[in-house]
Ligand binder design. Sequence first.
Ligand code: PMV
Length: 320
Amino acid sequence: MQASAQAQPNIALIKYWGKRDVESNLPAADSLSVTLDTLWTRMSLEFDERLKQDTLDVNGSTAPSMLARVSHCLDLVVGNARAFARVQSSSNFPIGAGLASSASAFAALVVAADQAAGSHLETNALARLAGAASGSAARSLFGGFVELTAGDETIEVREIADSASWPLEVIVAVTAAGPKALGSTDAMIRSARTSPFYSSWLERQAADMEIARQAVQQKDFAKLAAVAEHNCLKMHSVMWGSRPPIVYWNQATIACMETVRALQADGHSVFFTIDAGPQLKAVCLPEDGDYVRAALEQTGGVIRVLQSGLGPGARLLEQV
Ligand code: PMV
């Protein structure tokens, strides 16, 4: 009745932006990500017949605002005739700030809930349940390079290359500490309703996926860099073209982009990507990692820098 699990955030190189169905949280298009290693969320949960309701504690404090999503996710994994649960979550990186904390949180939650309830679902079934809570969370069930295929009624998730086969590094430049102003679900709905670029964004997604898939298979960094930056900037163009506009960037985000451009001009193998928040993620070859990190640390407006290799998917932890 008790279990603990750990998952790491994933960073999309070909982005998920838009829902086929809002109710079931089905993505409108495929996406491709890398799962990180040193950033993590750990979830412990216990079903307890004596509880009168679910409880949620995040990094040592009760978190009522997240409780409804967590309860709903537990209902999906275990069924709503379940006992109430005591859930404790901790993360070693800022949450709710465009760093994919919901991905690692819901991936860890479904693994822990599955174990505590004794359901033993297969990984893709758990990925679908995590994805119902947070679309990107489905990808954190798997490690390394992960492809999510969006069908009409469900998703398929698979690892296309493991973390050891092409050990890239991800350097996250944190440029704002607080939570983001607009959540990704509301932002995606607004983009779909109002952005004149939304339909062409979706139409071109399969082509970007194919290039990225080839780049991973061929370990072609320049090819991956070009398609990932292009895909990221298209996603943000969809947002900027929405009404009212959705602009997650700040001055430091742009300063970081300029830092990456300067590093590229100097011959370093690095590219950037940015999600629904102002943080910039630089992806590079391991030999460039410390240099890229130092350059981002020296960029104006950067609060702190996190560095990670690629890691495994969500997994159970030994009980402590
Ligand atoms: O999983 P959500 O609903 O938080 O959406 C995540 C969307 C992006 O991070 C911007 C892109 C992605 O594919 O992760």
